[in-house]
Write a protein that binds this ligand. Structure first.
Ligand code: NAI
Length: 463
């Protein structure tokens, strides 16, 4: 078999960009991305894509309806494909055994059942979603128990390491591509088919071959290590605030050690995003199921540190504003979980907003890429409030940072968007209530300059 048709199930933050880049780099392959959400597919087929990623619009415009297709005809796309990516969501379970910790594999399982039911020819099924260790085994069991006569399946693990906001760059110049396969001759052949696709633009030395379980665990381990770096530097930020050390100086000092390296050492309000928390919870749960509570506790601490950091920042805002924010207007700059994305899943901004709303503050929110409906949806979610009407009355969403800061008592930086570094803070200061406060949760502004203008500046990891 030489792969000429690919189907990707799940047109989300992973499926969309990944397949757009495959279509770009492999003009000889037809790539069809399918989703149960007709709305999402309509958006992929429109001028305004459902997700914002630098560079993605151009690729989609170039390849769409050439060799890249977005469709809701799931069964048709599966049956005609040689290779199928499963890129559906694997959220934390909200019910039953493992509630709040284990990964919910319902969507992955549904995909496996559909693939088994509709496939009339052999398929390579590639697990791209982040899953618990040994999930490929479960997928294979479902496929093997439900397939049509003479149809054979191989299941590969090919976790995705892209980072939102730089997804296209990550996909074009991946640090590595990891492919785990069953340790059989057919497993090896399937590995070769998938690696041949990547070899169209990824150097061979960057393609890593492992057994399936190593590949699955590597994805969870990578996210755990990345989150751990953030929690580690955030723990140092607490010490800095108490002692008078400066966490940026500490980060530079340790980052220059080549054994440690400088990346992911920026102290902040805490990490967010759809993956770190979910994958760590999943790892902790797996350790508990494996009866290794010491390891579970070790990784749980990375999550606990993150909750502590978010709470510390929110509490600092309230304390600094003379211990009450009731009726005060506060501007939030940024709502996405990080810059260059419109994704708000697990964004620290939600935690900060919730704390301030609970204390009776009025919020003016500005984010360059998050849709107003998404902000309302996040802040009226049952996890955030039991009084959505009150929240709606307490927030104003602005499309301009200057109007958003008009007549407010404080600005809170929740996302490190570049645009926040370029604003005219003298103009902003002149229109704010005095004393005017800035809480820089991302450490991106020039604090000396702001202090000279007259702002009361508070940040993280520095007194
Ligand atoms: P997402 O929620 O943006 O997209 C998943 C899509 O799958 C949704 O559009 C949903 O409608 C669709 N879907 C669910 N069940 C389906 C079914 N049976 N048939 C067809 N479509 C179905 O999720 P995202 O962020 O793309 O993540 C996907 C997976 O990739 C997750 O396991 C995640 O952990 C992993 N991942 C995510 C990264 C990220 O930065 N977002 C990075 C690396 C991995």
């Amino acid at each position: 078999m030489t792969v000429s048709k690919i189907c990707c199930i799940g047109a989300g933050y992973v499926g969309g960009p990944t397949c757009s880049v495959i279509a770009l780099q492999c003009p000889h392959i037809k790539v069809t991305v399918v989703d149960i959400s007709a709305h999402r597919i309509d958006q992929w087929n429109s001028e305004k894509l459902p997700i914002y990623e630098p560079g993605l619009d151009d690729i989609v415009k170039k390849q769409r309806n050439v060799n890249l297709f977005f469709s809701t005809k799931i069964e048709e796309a599966i049956d005609e494909a040689d290779l199928i990516f499963i890129s559906v969501n694997t959220p934390t379970k909200t019910f039953g055994v493992g509630k709040g910790r284990a990964a919910d594999l319902t969507y992955v399982e549904n995909c496996a059942r559909t693939i088994a039911q509709v496939s009339t020819s052999d398929k390579i099924v590639v697990e791209k979603s982040t899953v618990p260790v040994r999930a490929a085994e479960s997928i294979l069991k479902i496929l093997s128990a439900n397939h049509k006569p003479k149809v054979k399946f191989q299941v590969l693990s090919n976790p995705e390491f892209l980072s939102e906001g730089v997804a296209v760059e990550n996909l074009l110049n991946a640090d590595r591509v990891l492919i785990g396969h069953e340790e059989t001759a057919d497993g090896l052949l399937a590995f070769k088919e998938l690696s041949n696709i990547y070899l169209n633009w990824i150097p061979e030395k960057k393609i890593l071959r492992t057994n399936t379980w190593s590949s699955e665990l590597t994805k969870l381990a990578a996210n755990a290590f990345l989150a751990q770096r953030i929690s580690s530097i955030n723990s140092m930020s607490v010490i800095c605030e108490v002692t008078g050390a400066d966490v940026s100086e500490v980060a530079k000092g340790i980052g220059l050690d080549s054994r440690i390296g400088s990346k992911f050492l920026q102290a902040s309000v805490g990490f967010g995003g759809s993956c770190f928390q979910k994958d760590l919870l999943n790892l902790v749960y797996i350790c508990e199921c494996l009866n290794i509570p010491q390891v579970a506790a070790y990784w749980q601490q990375v999550l606990d540190m993150n909750v502590y950091q978010k709470s510390r920042f929110s509490n600092k805002i309230i304390e600094s504003l003379f211990n009450t924010v009731t009726g005060k207007k506060i501007t939030m700059f940024g709502f996405a979980f990080k810059k260059d994305t419109g994704d708000t899943r697990e964004s620290p901004a939600i935690h900060v907003a919730k704390t301030l709303l609970d204390e009776g503050a009025q919020l003016n929110i500005y984010d360059p890429k998050v849709e107003p409906e998404q902000i309302v949806k996040d802040l009226t979610h049952p996890y955030v409030t039991d009084n959505p009407e009150k929240v709606i009355k307490s927030i104003e969403i602005h499309d301009n940072p200057y109007t958003a800061s008009h007549h407010t008592h404080a600005i809170v930086i929740c996302t490190e968007w570049d645009i926040f570094m370029e604003l005219d803070y003298e103009k902003i200061y002149s229109n704010m209530v005095k004393p005017a406060f800035i809480f820089d949760g991302r450490k991106i502004l020039d604090h000396d300059k702001l202090t000279t203008i007259g702002f009361q500046v508070h940040t993280i990891g520095k007194r």
